[in-house]
Each structure stands twice: as C-alpha cells, then as structure tokens.
Ligand binder design. Structure first.
Ligand SMILES: Cc1cc2nc3c(=O)[nH]c(=O)nc-3n(C[C@H](O)[C@H](O)[C@H](O)COP(=O)(O)OP(=O)(O)OC[C@H]3O[C@@H](n4cnc5c(N)ncnc54)[C@H](O)[C@@H]3O)c2cc1C
Length: 645
C-alpha cells in the first residue's frame, strides 16, 4: 500500500490485477476462482462480509437450479437453456452459458462442502419450483442454502489468503478513455485528519462488480435490510443496463423479512387482516367463490410464489391459444387481495395457529390433498402441525428469530425480491459498454421476463467462473497510473461541512425510506402509468435537490456512508423509473411479475425485445435502445475441432 494525493486528500492506494466488489455468493466465488486460476494479486472489497442477500436470506427451501443429476427425466444443456429463457427477453447465448456452466458450478459447491442432499445412490433428487421446465433440476440444502454457500466460499477465500477489505463501500469506478482504471471506496478504518472521508483507492484494469440487487429502491422488500445495492456507481461510469423493468415480487413476512413460498403456503395457512378498530377479517373468503378455490389458490402459491399477472382472478393467458381467458382462483389473486387490504389501511397476517374458516380436508383440491398426504402432513390438525410435518426447518427458522409460529401470526406484504435485469454483459460477463468492468450475480442483467426458481443462485456461480476465466486470460497489462481526481470524492467533499445544520445518518435514512414507499406504491408489482411518470419526476427532483439540501458533518462516517447509499439509490431509482416509463410508452403490457392496469397480459409485443439504457450524463434523461433477444446459438459440437482449438 502506498499513499497518493486524490483531490486534496492523502489516500491509501493499492495496485491490483483485479478487484472484486461484494462478498455475496457471486463475489466470493469469483475471488476463489481467480485465485485457483493463478491470479493472486487480487482483493475482495466489501461493505460487509456479513451483509448482502446471499448471506442473510432464504425461504422454506431455498432453491438451487441446475442441470438434472437425478432420475430418468431427460435433460440437456440446450433444454436447460430453453427453460431459462422461456419467459422471453433473454439472450439465448447467455442462457446457454448459464446452462452449460451449471453442473460444474454446482459440483464445485458440493466439493467445498455445501451439503446438497442425495439419495442412497448419490442422485441429487429434485423437486418442482416456479417456471421450472419439469425436469428434476431444483435442489436445496434447506432454508439457508445461499448462506451456507457464502460460508463455504468465504472459508476458501480465507484459506487462499485473499486480501479482504471489509467495511469498504465502493463509491466510484474510475475510467479513462471508456476503460476501467480503478475503484474508489470509503472506509471508516482510513479516516484521518488528511483523509476525513476515509477514502481508499484501488488501481486495476479489472473490476468485478458483484454488489447484488438494487434492494434499497423499494420499501416493501424481502431483501435483507443490510442489502442496499450499488447500481448508481456503474451507471455513472457509463455501464449500460438492460431489462431493468423485470423483477420478481411476492408475499413475504415483514419481521423477519422472509419469503413465504413453498411449504408455508402448501399447508394452507389462515390469511386475515385487522383494521384500525381491531376488527379481524378473513378477507380471502370475499375474493374466491368457494373454499375449495381459495385453498387451491393458496396451495399453488407454494410453487407459483412470484406474483404473476396471468394467475390473477379473471386474468389468465393461454400460451397455446395465445388468448386471454377468465380463470377464477389463480394463485396471484392472493397477492392482489393482500395488497388491497394494506392499501385500505389494514394490516395483513398469515396465521399458522388456526385453520382458515371452512377448512376441511374434503374441500382441498386433489393436487393439494395428494401433496399433503405424500409429504406426511395430511394428518396435521392446524397449519402449524402440517408445517412441522412437512418442513420442520421452516418453523425453526422463525423460532430462531423469536417468532413461534405455533402461537404467533406473522405480518405480511407483497415485496420486491429479485431483479432479473441489471447491467448488460457479454458471455464472459464483461460489461458491453465499459471494458474491464465485469458484472456477476444479481447485478448482472442476465435474465428476461421470468426465470426458474433457483436460477439466480446458479447465475452467481456461473458468472463468477466465466469472469474469472476471462480475467485470468488477460492479466498481463499493468495497472494504470494512480489517479489524482475523483468525482465521487469531490461530491462528498462539497456535501461535508464543519458547521451546524448537518444531517445525521438517521435523517438521511428517513429520506431514502420515504422515496422507497413511493416506489413500492407506484412502480412495483402494480405499475400505474401515470404514477410511474410522477414518481420518476419526484426522483429527479430529489436528485437535483441533493446538493442544495444535504450537508453532513465532516468526520461523521455513518452519515457519509448513508449519504453514499442515498445518492446511489436516487440515481438507481431514477433510471429504473425511466425504464418502466419507456416500457409503457412502447406499448408494454402486464407480464412477468407486474400488472399494468388496463393492459392485461396476452400477446406480448415486446416478448423478444430487450431494452438497453445508458445514463450519458446526470443532467440528461437516460438514453434507451431496443434490441432483439438473440436466439440460443447453434454451438460447435464436433469434438476434434474444439479439442484442437
Ligand atoms: C428472500 C429471498 C429469497 C431468495 N430465494 C432464492 C432462491 O430460492 N433461489 C435463488 O436462486 N435465488 C433466490 N433469491 C435471490 C438470490 O438470493 C440472490 O439473487 C443472490 O443471493 C444474490 O447474490 P449476489 O452475490 O449477486 O449478491 P449479494 O448476496 O446481495 O451480495 C452483494 C454484496 O455486495 C456488497 N456490496 C453492495 N454494494 C457494495 C459497494 N458499493 N461496495 C462494496 N460492497 C458492496 C454487499 O454488502 C454484499 O456483500 C432470493 C432472494 C431473496 C431476497
């Protein structure tokens, strides 16, 4: 480590072959892969080893999706690629890469000690998940699959003695001539009189951006609170985004934040709301025509967890006939009903202590009855007893957070869970607009309108391997000269003051939260066109006001860090809202996991179109371009050709 002058500050500087930003499943895997491929002069830069989605999240059975390694259902790389891209708007070459790398990525985790279960013969037995393809590909090691992945991957990183800069939040990607030259981060450990912002600078031609999803843009969110995301930084550096409009939203508990998919729904819990006077109501009974329909919808929500506008009461789309049909009792009707209750000011709960009104096993549709029987849960007298029989760990998870599902209901909402889009990357996960920037994991814009449950975790591992392979093949060029100027440092310098009237971290967090509420109301799974235009204008105004209204006390590192997150979130929100506006202006309809009122799902005019967005300057609106999704390529299959190459 040496010291350089950056703006007016004296700042530590480290020259590296590659810097990996983020310590989720993607970042840790990439650092480990780089090391194993012989690239040793690297560092992992993270705002917190214990932070992020992978480390802190899960569901009843958190799913990993890969090529089938069990049973007699046929599978192939191309079939898997077809399932990954079946929802539309996904490039076929990326689908092929994600499919081809899946077995290697999965078995690497197995070798690192991630305990995916096998039967007596060593087959990785599988179950059904959303948008699955029905080939026996989904597996899990329980509610905390991604946490276990990060723990085993972190052990590998520590074993390899890879340098970890923990507590460092990257605030700027440095570029010269549209190529990456380094990274600037802020870190409490480096705050000195000569460096009051705690800046640290990394000189490198390869930055791997593994910062996860842009969680902080929403208030109703099942991302862990420690995950905020950092999309503003690459946007400002010139990285192009794609498919930003495509998300997954679904029913989740608010405390702890947890996906209520799979067994939580399959045991048919009781849904109810409470109004301001304390009156309790089982509101789903008003929405469905019969108990059987209601229980069937709740049961199916288990494996149809993300909100889907085709699965709403009265709205369904027949893929074969390509027509819009009435289909009462669709499972996403439950999400709409939950939303309507909350919008009317009532709090909504899921309750495992009692059966819903009118519950009788005879009222269950046959698929639900058979599933409960096969899982040994049919005899349970309450949803809680059925859940204990079906998936004890799903109960234990809540108990470990102080919630006893045997006696306590849990408050719920329809929450943002995953962003299918992100930054545009090629088949080596290198940014298509900013050479030297690699984007992997959820930050990468890999998926299209839908994705099979579990494919996000596969993507973290495949992207990590591909980016590492690419960097390893290119690490000859030395790091660039140390920089003397940082735009990010200049902004934070202007917004720091030694005087009074400064904002605390809590004040800034409150502003971020208020914007998140607006975003969740206007631009989440319900996207009213006018509300989106208004929200984009509000985000723009907030961004413009930042230099007029925000001052933090110089040396108050908590406030500075919160300011960096707030600024990043505002840029991200603004670009995302503009992208949603662009989609609607282009005639986009309800699809994936969002409903645009007045535009029912159906024949999608943009099904195979991908929207790309660039922020050319902060003072101008983003620029959009549309391109056709590339088909799955006819890859070379002649062995000798590949072998000799
Ligand atoms: C409730 C829930 C359930 C899910 N269930 C499934 C499932 O069953 N199957 C599946 O495939 N997917 C699932 N997902 C999605 C999946 O968990 C995530 O997509 C995946 O874990 C993301 O991994 P990542 O490494 O890309 O990002 P993360 O794990 O979010 O890691 C991001 C890292 O970057 C750090 N970071 C961020 N910004 C900066 C910065 N500026 N500087 C330094 N560090 C920074 C963070 O602190 C963190 O360490 C689920 C998601 C949620 C929320």
């Amino acid at each position: 480590m040496e010291y350089i002058k950056l703006n007016s500050y004296t700042v530590p500087y480290i020259s590296l072959a590659a810097a990996v930003v983020g310590s989720g499943a993607a970042g840790l895997a990439c650092a480990d892969r780089l090391h194993r491929l012989g690239v040793r002069d690297i560092a992992l830069v993270t705002e917190g080893m214990e932070m992020g989605t992978s480390r802190n999240t899960g569901s009843d059975k958190q799913t990993y999706y890969k090529l089938s390694l069990t049973g007699d259902r046929e599978d192939s790389v191309v079939e898997l690629a077809k399932s990954l891209s079946a929802g539309g708007a996904m490039h076929g070459d990326l689908a092929l890469v994600e499919a081809a790398g899946s077995a290697r990525a999965f078995l690497n985790l197995v070798e690192l000690g991630v305990p995916f279960p096998t039967n007596d013969f060593g087959e990785y037995v599988a179950y059904r998940t959303d948008h699955d393809g029905g080939r026996g590909r989904a597996t899990s090691c329980g509610p905390l699959t991604s946490r276990i992945m990060t723990e085993r991957l972190e052990e590998a990183v520590r074993r390899n003695k890879i340098r970890v800069f923990d507590g460092c939040r990257a605030v700027e990607i440095l570029t010269a001539g549209r190529k990456v030259t380094g990274l600037v981060a802020i870190c409490r450990d480096y705050v000195t009189a000569d460096n009051p912002l705690g800046l640290i600078c990394f000189g490198t031609r390869s930055v791997v951006w593994a910062t996860g999803g842009p969680a902080a843009i929403y208030a109703a969110s099942v991302y862990p609170e420690s995950q905020t995301g950092s999309h503003g930084v690459p946007f400002l550096a010139g990285a192009e985004g794609r498919n930003l409009t495509e998300w997954q939203y679904g029913i989740a508990s608010l405390s702890p934040r947890w996906n209520l998919s799979g067994s939580y729904q399959q045991v048919i819990p009781r849904y109810y709301s409470i109004d301001a006077r304390g009156t309790e109501r089982e509101f789903l009974a008003d929405v469905f025509d019969s108990p059987s329909e209601l229980f069937g919808a709740v049961f199916r929500k288990g494996y149809e967890w993300p909100f889907d506008p085709r699965k709403c009461e009265g709205l369904s789309f027949d893929e074969n006939a390509r027509t819009y049909k009435i289909r009462p009792g669709g499972s996403s009707t439950v999400d709409l009903a939950v939303y309507a209750e909350r919008a009317a000011g009532r709090r909504v709960y899921m309750d495992f202590t009692r059966n819903p009104d009118g519950y009788l096993p005879a009222h269950l549709p046959s698929d639900a009855r058979e599933y409960l029987q096969a899982s040994g849960a049919a005899g349970g007298k309450t949803p809680f007893e059925r859940l204990c029989a079906m998936n004890r760990r799903a109960v234990e998870f809540f108990a470990s957070h102080g919630v006893d599902l045997c006696t306590q209901p849990i408050e719920i909402d329809v929450c943002a869970q995953h962003n299918n889009g992100g930054f545009s990357v090629d088949v080596w996960y290198e940014s298509t607009s900013l050479p030297g920037l690699y984007v992997i994991g959820e930050a990468a814009g890999v998926f299209g309108v839908t994705r099979p449950g579990g494919s996000a975790l596969n993507s973290t591992q495949v992207g990590a391997l591909r980016a590492a392979q690419r960097i390893a093949s290119r690490t000859t060029s030395p790091a660039a000269e140390p920089p003397s100027e940082s735009r990010g440092a200049a902004l934070f310098d202007r917004l720091s003051s030694d005087g009074t009237h400064t904002l605390s971290a809590a004040d800034i967090l409150a502003r971020r939260a208020a914007g998140g509420e607006l975003m969740s109301r206007s631009a989440a799974f319900l996207r009213d066109p006018k509300a989106i235009v208004d929200a984009a204008a509000a985000a723009r105004a907030e961004l413009d006001a930042i230099e007029r209204e925000i001052l933090v006390m110089r040396g108050d590192f908590d406030a500075l860090r919160e300011l960096a997150i707030y600024y990043d979130t505002l840029i991200t929100r603004y670009v995302y809202l503009c992208a949603m506006g662009e989609y609607i202006a282009r005639g986009g309809i309800s699809r994936g996991s969002y409903l645009i009122p007045g535009r029912p799902p159906g024949d999608d005019p943009l099904r195979n179109k991908i929207c790309r967005v660039t922020l050319t300057s902060l003072s101008k609106p983003p620029v959009f371009e549309w391109e056709d999704a590339r088909p799955i390529p006819q890859s070379e299959q002649w062995f000798e050709k590949i072998y000799n190459r």
